[in-house]
Design a protein around this ligand. Structure first.
Ligand code: FE2
Ligand code: FE2
Length: 299
């Protein structure tokens, strides 16, 4: 994951055709959820942190105790806490000291970042492609969160997890799902249709299954399942920021799949309702540069 981000235009110029369903495959409607649910949890420590932070009276000492149970997790958390993603003015040597100043939302963001890094492991280029999109979405969500009136850390955490279904499908069904990620599509509906045709489930539903199975809060399920639906006035702000950030990530060179024509950042901003489009959004170039700098911190 140390390689520098590249835009979609840098990838192979001759993508394979959009995958079609293989009607000869045995059809077992239980197959997809069972295989997905057999995936190991994202990370036991991160799950405990998320569960603990759901309690209103949780203290950073309790969270530190959970995270320090696993020395590898604690070491990784300290590394990330000191990175430009969470940026301290001076280097922090002890995780407990870092957590004391991070605040609950940022501790959750840190725990999920560490968990996602280990969940990714040493994946191939397609896993890296999906991971880049998720990381970019998280960073963009944090950057534009003021427009939606929500905290940057909450937006970041949900952005990081919104496409966990893609990672889950790729890990559970590498042979079946890889062609989807290597194909070119006209729009996201075509992507979701191809996923359903091949695996009888799309990555949104798959992600919702996963986070439900891991007992994550309902907000996570909502973001996983609904992030490709059109923006709706009744959407909670946290879901709105994930929907918009996912599309912006696709338009700024961090798409999980290739689109032709590629989505345009300015078109996305123009399509927003007026109370959002009047907000302050960075330029596409600034956004891309900022994400490229921050994403190096993921290592
Ligand atoms: Fe998605
Ligand atoms: Fe996405």
């Amino acid at each position: 994951m140390t390689e520098r981000l590249s835009g979609l235009e840098d990838r192979s110029p001759a993508p394979p055709p959009i995958p079609q369903p293989d009607h000869a495959r045995p059809s077992d409607p239980q197959e997809v959820p069972l295989r997905l649910c057999n995936l190991p949890p994202l990370n036991a420590i991160a799950n405990q942190v998320l569960a603990a932070t759901a309690k209103p009276d949780v203290s950073f000492k309790q969270l530190a105790a959970v995270m320090e149970c696993d020395p590898a997790f604690a070491a990784d958390a300290l590394l990330i806490a000191n990175s430009s993603l969470f940026g301290f003015a001076s280097r922090v040597q002890v995780l407990r000291h870092a957590l004391a100043v991070l605040g609950i939302d940022r501790i959750k963001a840190l725990a999920v970042t560490v968990a996602m890094r280990s969940f990714m492991g040493k994946g191939g280029p397609l896993l890296h492609q999906v991971w880049q999109h998720s990381a970019a979405c998280a960073m963009i969500a944090r950057l534009i969160s003021p427009v939606f009136g929500i905290t940057g850390d909450a937006a970041y955490t949900l952005g990081l997890l919104h496409d966990i279904g893609r990672l889950g499908l790729l890990k559970s069904y590498p042979n079946e799902y890889s062609p989807v990620l290597a194909s070119t599509f006209e729009n996201v509906d075509q992507v979701l249709s191809a996923e359903r045709a091949l695996l009888r489930v799309d990555h949104g539903v798959a992600g919702a299954w996963l986070v439900k199975n891991w007992s994550y809060p309902a907000t996570f399920m909502q973001a996983c399942e609904g992030h490709h639906a059109p923006l709706a006035p009744e959407d909670p702000e946290i879901l709105q920021v994930v929907k918009v950030s996912c599309r912006i990530a696709e338009a700024t060179g961090f798409s999980a799949v290739r689109y032709s024509p590629a989505p345009e950042y300015d078109d996305i901003l123009r399509s927003l309702p007026s109370h959002l489009s009047s907000g302050t959004f960075p330029s596409a170039a600034d956004l891309r540069a900022e994400v490229e700098v921050q994403i190096k911190s993921f290592g």
